[in-house]
Design a binder for this molecule. Sequence first.
Ligand code: PMP
Length: 390
Amino acid sequence: MKLSKRITGLTGGGSDGWDLFIKARGMIDAGQAVTELTIGEHDISTDQSILDAMHRSASNGHTGYAMVPGTDALRDAVAARLTARTGVPTSRDNVLITPGGQSALFASHHAVCDEGDVALYCDPYYATYPGTLRGVGAVPRSIACLPENAFQPSYDDIAAKADGAKSLLVNTPNNPTGVVYSRDTVEGIARACQEYDLWCISDEVYDTQIWDGTHISPRTIDGMEARTLVIGSMSKSHAMTGSRVGWIAGPTEAIEHLINLATHTTYGVPGYIQDAATFALAQGLALEEKVGAPFRRRRALGQAILAKQNVVGLVPSSGAMYMMLDIRATGLSGDDFADKLLEAHHIAVMPGESFGASAAGHVRVAMTVEDSAFEVTLQTLVDFAKEIRP
Ligand code: PMP
């Protein structure tokens, strides 16, 4: 039987960029030791206190259908967090709780794009973006964000692609680059959205992982609140990747329709997961800092290693759990470098090319192994780059 074009065309054909990851997993399955610095998954589990809250909630009976928009308590907690951190007054009616940021990205684009509408996104990009846009029937159009501009889009970069587009997806702090968008960048995004009448879908799932500078949400810029949907998640901030809990924050009318969509798709998020998330948010910054601390430490360790040489360049990574390394001095593509590093040293890093053409000649290193192993691994990568340099 024939399946829909929408689902069979979701990945756009060709390689999805995960070849190296699959090869590394194959080596591990075959019993080889591989240091995996590929995906954005903490090397700690969800805090015991959050798990205890989850267990208490489930044991107390919060196991039936939960409120589809989210529990009042969690919507209030997310709204209060956004108000406190951005200064934009946000209430429960501006918030829909979703099963993670990924489904929030899908729902948001579903809410703003009709079939065939052009949806803009920035390259390099988080792996699922183009597929998410295709999945709602939109036509993805990329904006190249080049290494010489620290991978940040300028107003001109966006304007050059904006004609006829409906939405712009941005991500700061950024996966894969670790770059935190500057005020100039965010103001350029806001100007382009207003001049070209674009919705801004702002993926802020790494908003608590800032090692340098400040996170500026496009929603805080004058005139943007009415056209911005912010994507948030407990995955990265609270090491709750498996709990699948996130949110969309935006104008009340959009949220009302998104609740309707949730009723017809996810039917909400389990109550005990929401109660655990409410508990986690109530712990405030201390818990978020505890979860982020290993990445902050490892970034400093990595910077010290990279400062001692000039073969591997570090993109000014100011946030998130990644370092993007410029390996162009080796003369290899990111794909070839990652492949040879895996063969020679059993170290798996993601080729820049898997995140789009703009990250060619780079590799992304996830800072997701314990400190001393991270240091040794990064030093090995640097020594390898020196060895193979022409
Ligand atoms: N956005 C970005 C930029 C991400 O890196 C991820 C996960 N790696 C997500 C969204 C989705 O995360 P989740 O669904 O776990 O909230």
